[in-house]
Design a protein around this ligand. Structure first.
Ligand code: NAD
Length: 476
């Protein structure tokens, strides 16, 4: 299967003129295709194309924009098996994870397609007889979307779905690690009848391309999902032109498991989020904070679960845990485990890389992790869970709220008062109580503090790409 990816500029696929990069299968470490990279003239052409298309696209009735999104969603559903194969090859995900992510993408495009026809403003009473004040949602214009490799389909679905529903046009700079998935989603939009220039897809040298894009006065918003460090660089680049930022950044989710919690259920519920996509998720439950009365039982149950996973290439039917995305993720995993052990942590299971080609690390559980271990502060982005023992709610909250992130957090308890206190005191913007908490198309979700600002999802996610103009009118 050909998983090469090129640029889409003004409705035409073209080869990037600034060289190419291999597309590496994390399951083998070998190239399975190439992605070609834009030069500065191509980046500029993509911007100008999006700018030209923006007035006509923004003027279309919401129903017309929504119809294209819904058709693209249906086309992607028809192509799901083929697209999943490419997604598995370039990301290392298992077949099940790839299909599940694509289903969420299909649902997201369809939901935003429906939402396009629901966009509405308000009529406020005027201040003098016969007058009125209209609050009118208006598309912002050209949006830059920059997306990561860990959920290369659904993150693109969330950004394109909402921005296009709102009537904005987009220059999408997708991750060079997962270019085929971006190509497949954009192709579905093209085949659904998206007018030329409404979506442009580029790849390139990320820092240089972003600098060029963000320096343009044509750009009105930047929607970025990725690491906090890159988010901060983009925020600085957005400042001179006051480009509106919508940022979904890192996370490092605590999981508070209180006395009396059903341990088997905790593990059954959290394991798919911990080990799915090899743990490379911003909402992955990682820092388990167990009441001391159930600490040992939780460690044992997590270890038993971790040992059930069958590590292998995502394309093999027996695989239940795939590789991590690239060599850098393996190095980071090994460093974090080594640092934790040097500071007193116990490896209850896993902790090593697999001696085979590709980027495989074992599902890992660490206990007795010292507070200063880097793994508690830095997103491990791998199939690793840490367990710490806590005695009081104050202690649990202190550890849960340590660190720079404020995104997902989980609470497992059958006590309503414990639940209410923890939810109230957790410094987190996405809290799952006795369940995990993924992004969904119909509800807004965004990080706080170093985990981002703005929302994706729901009506609020579409309004993020719009400005409410105030029209105050009186009779002539
Ligand atoms: P990343 O920040 O390295 O890259 C994200 C995107 O930014 C890619 O397109 C990349 O090419 C580009 N980029 C990289 N360096 C850049 C630079 N200097 N200037 C401009 N652009 C640059 O992140 P990643 O490793 O691809 O993804 C993992 C990160 O994404 C994790 O931190 C994870 O928590 C976060 N994430 C957050 C959410 C959320 O909803 N909050 C969802 C998924 C992933």
């Amino acid at each position: 299967m050909n998983i090469d990816a090129h640029l889409l500029i003004d409705g035409q696929w073209e080869v990037g003129k600034s060289g190419l990069q291999p597309n590496i299968d994390p399951g083998t470490g070998e190239a399975v295709g190439v992605v070609t990279l834009a030069d500065t003239a191509q980046v500029q052409a993509a911007l100008e194309s999006a700018h030209r298309a923006s007035s006509t696209w923004g003027m279309q009735p919401g129903q017309a924009r929504g119809a294209i999104l819904k058709k693209a969603s249906a086309l992607l559903a028809d192509r799901i098996q083929e697209v999943a194969k490419g997604l598995v090859q370039e990301s290392g995900k298992t077949q099940a994870d790839a299909i599940s992510e694509l289903r969420r993408t299909i649902e997201t495009l369809a939901w935003n397609g429906e939402e396009a026809s629901r966009i509405s403003g308000k009529v406020h009473q005027g201040l003098v007889v016969g007058s009125a004040r209209l609050s009118v949602p208006t598309p912002l214009g050209v949006v830059i979307a920059i997306t990561p490799w860990n959920f290369p389909a659904v993150v693109i679905g969330r950004k394109l779905g909402a921005a296009l529903a709102a009537g904005c046009t987009v220059v999408l700079k997708a991750s060079e690690f997962t270019p085929y998935t971006a190509r497949a989603i954009v192709q579905a939009l093209v085949d659904a009848g998206m007018p030329d220039g409404v979506v442009n897809l580029i790849f390139g040298e990320p820092a240089a391309v972003s600098r060029q894009l963000m320096a343009s006065s044509l750009v009105k918003a930047v929607s970025f999902t990725g690491s906090t460090s890159v988010g901060k660089q983009l925020a600085a680049l957005a400042a001179p032109n006051l480009i509106r930022p919508i940022f979904e950044l890192g996370g490092h989710a605590p999981v508070i498991v209180w006395k009396g919690a059903d341990i088997e259920n905790v593990v059954r519920v959290t394991a798919p989020a911990k080990f799915g996509s090899a743990g490379q998720s911003c909402v992955a439950p990682t820092r388990f904070l167990a009441h001391h009365s159930i600490h040992d039982a939780l460690v044992d149950a997590l270890v038993a679960k971790a040992r059930t996973y069958k590590l292998g290439h995502g394309g093999e039917h027996t695989t239940t845990l795939g590789p991590v995305a690239h060599a850098g993720r393996v190095a980071s995993f090994l460093h974090l485990v080594e640092d934790a052990v040097a500071k007193g942590a116990v490896i209850n299971t896993g902790g090593k890389r697999l001696e085979r080609s590709g980027f495989y690390v074992e599902p890992t559980v660490l206990s007795s992790v010292s507070r200063d271990a880097e793994i508690l502060l830095e997103e491990p982005f791998g199939p690793v869970a840490t367990v710490q023992s806590v005695g009081t709610i104050d202690h649990a909250i202190e550890l849960a709220n340590a660190g720079e992130y404020s995104f997902a957090a989980y609470v497992f308890t059958d006590s309503i008062s414990v639940r209410d206190e923890l939810v109230h005191r957790l410094n987190a913007s996405n809290i799952g109580v006795n369940q995990t908490a993924f992004s969904q198309p119909d509800v807004p979700l965004g990080g706080l503090g170093n985990s981002g600002y703005g929302y994706e999802g729901g009506t609020e996610g579409v309004l993020a790409y719009m400005h409410l103009r105030l029209i105050s009118q009186s009779p002539a």
